[in-house]
Design a protein around this ligand. Structure first.
Ligand code: EZ4
Ligand code: CO
Length: 401
């Protein structure tokens, strides 16, 4: 089953995406290679360096090709390299499942559950606005909802949408600047969750993303202040380059912790998992080396009762979403899957078999990933450079976004 053609498709239906298409025996597989705000670097890594190595190779040797690209580059890890490898890996799994005429999850051990619980993003300008947004998600059937709110005293903050359900920032020309005050945030956040629990009762799973903005001791205090509202998780409480910093948070709070959306390999979370410093590992198919590598991370996590909670924002394409759902359905220690609806233009370019029903998702029964790309339509949406926001403290100091 020799690879005869490989194509890198860059398009911008509502936002920018990079997609890899690998052809062998007249069948093709797709992989997502999108790295939000730095898309063309992965496109170049693939086109200029990886595609020439793939032609003529046996498409069935997924693990061998993974190792060939990882070890063969000499320069290991990092988001650009690992997104490129992920795209190849995902496309090869799609191709193999298509060639065997089965949905991908069947090759990954079959379904471990009936469907995959997802959480949606509710946000509002203030507490009452956020209450309304959460109510909307409850009406739509969601069992798990992430709540983010504007913070008094701050002009703009991460996670607060502009009305649309599929909002995920990416701005043309230059990165927008958000403002930050940990003091304002720490005073406000327990009030938000007190109000949400009062309104919605104890059943609905509530999540919150601190988006790497706290120091460990600040995160510990936030976790403690939220304990009586029993969050499903507190996400990215502090940056995790220094994995041991989670020890300090862990000592002080029983609020479950989640991290990993910007991780690229198992080495980024080895200590976090082995020391049981987190409850959910959020690595994604596209940024952490594909389905093959994500399964290794999940297998390590399973030993330590850490569950998966993959990142699934709209800057990951429907190809990644489909791959995530096959992974989630099959892996034993699945926890929850993030899900933001894509814009209609994105869905039109990437027709897919996965579906949402009553708070749960299923990848569908089409062979492979069950997602396609309409290349003619994609060509009508050219790439348009866009940046993620940056974040500064009130005194102008550059902070984590
Ligand atoms: O900021 O995907 O939990 N989800 C997130 C996302 C990330 C974006 C970055 O491109 O934190 O909103
Ligand atoms: Co996040």
């Amino acid at each position: 089953m020799k690879i005869t053609d490989v194509k890198v498709i860059v398009c911008g239906p509502a936002r920018n995406f990079v997609t890899l298409k690998i052809v062998a025996d007249g069948i093709y597989g797709l992989g997502d290679a999108t790295l939000n705000g730095r898309e063309l670097s992965v496109a170049s890594y693939l086109t200029d360096h990886v595609v020439p190595l793939l032609i003529g190779r046996d498409a069935r040797r997924i693990e061998d090709i993974w190792q060939y690209l990882y070890k063969g580059a000499y320069w290991r890890r990092g988001p650009v390299t690992m997104s490129a490898i992920a795209a190849v890996d995902t496309a090869l799994w799609d191709l193999k499942a298509k060639s065997l005429n089965v949905p991908l999850y069947q090759l990954l051990g079959g379904a471990s559950r009936d469907a995959v619980m997802v959480y949606g993003h509710a946000s509002g300008a203030d507490v009452e606005d956020t209450v309304k947004a959460v109510a909307h998600y409850v009406e739509l059937g969601y069992k798990a909802i992430r709540a983010q709110s504007g913070i008094p005293g701050l002009t703009s903050t991460y996670g607060v949408g502009r009305g649309g359900m599929f909002y995920e920032p990416a701005e043309k020309k230059a990165p927008p600047e958000n403002s930050w005050s940990t003091e304002h945030y720490m005073t406000f956040i327990p009030k938000l969750f007190e109000r949400l629990r009062k309104e919605f009762g104890p059943e609905v799973h509530l999540l919150h993303d601190a988006h790497h903005r706290l120091t460990p001791i600040e995160a510990a205090r936030v976790g403690k202040s939220l304990e009586s509202y029993h969050l499903f998780w507190l996400e990215d409480p502090t940056p995790a380059e220094l994995q041991e910093s989670f020890r300090l948070i862990r000592q002080h709070t029983t609020t479950p912790l989640a991290v990993g959306e910007i991780f690229n390999t198992i080495f980024d979370c080895q200590q976090l998992i082995e020391e049981q410093l987190i409850d959910y590992i959020r690595t994604t198919v596209v940024h952490a080396g594909g389905i093959s590598h994500l399964r290794k991370i999940a297998n390590l996590a399973e030993m330590y009762q850490v569950r998966t909670g993959s990142h699934g924002a709209t800057d990951l394409s429907p190809v990644c979403m489909a791959a995530a759902l096959h992974f989630d359905l099959s892996v034993h220690n699945f926890g929850v899957q993030e899900y933001m609806r894509h814009a209609p233009e994105t869905d039109a370019v990437f027709p897919h078999a996965y579906y949402f029903e009553n708070g749960f998702m299923h990848p569908g029964e089409k062979p492979g990933l069950g997602v396609d790309i309409d290349e003619a339509l994609a060509a009508k949406y050219p790439y348009d450079r866009a940046y993620l926001p940056v974040n500064r403290k009130l005194d102008g100091t550059m902070h984590n976004w």
